[in-house]
Design a protein around this ligand. Sequence first.
Ligand code: F6P
Length: 323
Amino acid sequence: MKYIAVVTSGGDAPGMNAAVRSVVRTGIDLGFKMFGVKRGFAGLLQNEGVELGIRDVSGVLQSGGTFLGTARCEEYKKLIAQKKCLTNLQNRGVEGLIVIGGDGSQKGAYALHKLGLPVVGVASTVDNDLYGSDISIGADTALNTIIESIDKIKTTALSHQRAFLVEVMGRKYGYLAMIAGIAGGAEIVITPEFEMEPEKIAAELKKAYKKGKKYALVIVTDGAKNNAQKITTYFKEHSQEIDYELRVTVLGHVQRGGSPSVFDRLLATRLGGAAVKALDEGTSGKLIGWIEGKVALTSLKEVAQKRKVLDLNTWELAKVLAR
Ligand code: F6P
């Protein structure tokens, strides 16, 4: 193998650039020519990309987002589009691909592996919901951003003795909400795994005030059935009966931005380098993730089929601490 490509795909995550840098420099060190696909699978379909040399990845280590660009590409889910991507790579002489991204992207990586292209994935998503990695690139930075925001919100919550609801990312996996709940000191954490009806939330918050709390904090995952919008509607409709104020902050895409933390830079550097080495050793169809403090390889088939389960011990701890 002489020529390998790297693509960043799906939602961007802080640390993706550090991973590309590591892939490119490790690849060149091992004697590969490197190609960077632009705009994720959408760009691969349109045959967009650039040759990447050592200096093309200078100055990107500390920057958030992905300088290669990314996209969500519905069309790529079709076999005909996947075959077109394979042809585009083969016509350039590319013999291996590294896919940096979350679960949708790794399903896409698995599709190309099944078509016969040597493919290795790198775990990267702020949601940290990817099977095959205890922690994915971007999740730590997102958590730091969330905690910084919560700390600020708490000062105004205390001043006004208000309850605050903060919606965080995560889709169907409550990791960000759970960890932010513990590290940020929330009274209630609502996730797709642990839903709570709005009337119960209202009652629990009332209890918190009765217990002598000066303010209260609720954290909810964007993918929960009772998300910020649903809870806000309930509180508006029942404002006559509720004798405290609830303010709502949806953190949104600010969580995906910013400079990657030290942890994410290191993780991205380790996983990126390991991905190139795996391809070089003839590995294909694997996700490069981080399990129990080490680089770990998991089959992309498993990654595509299995769901990560939220740690229940952490959940129990969160409840004990919110007294
Ligand atoms: O998967 C990453 C993520 O940031 C989710 O947490 C969030 O629900 C979603 O992407 C937002 O997607 P988009 O950037 O396409 O609006």
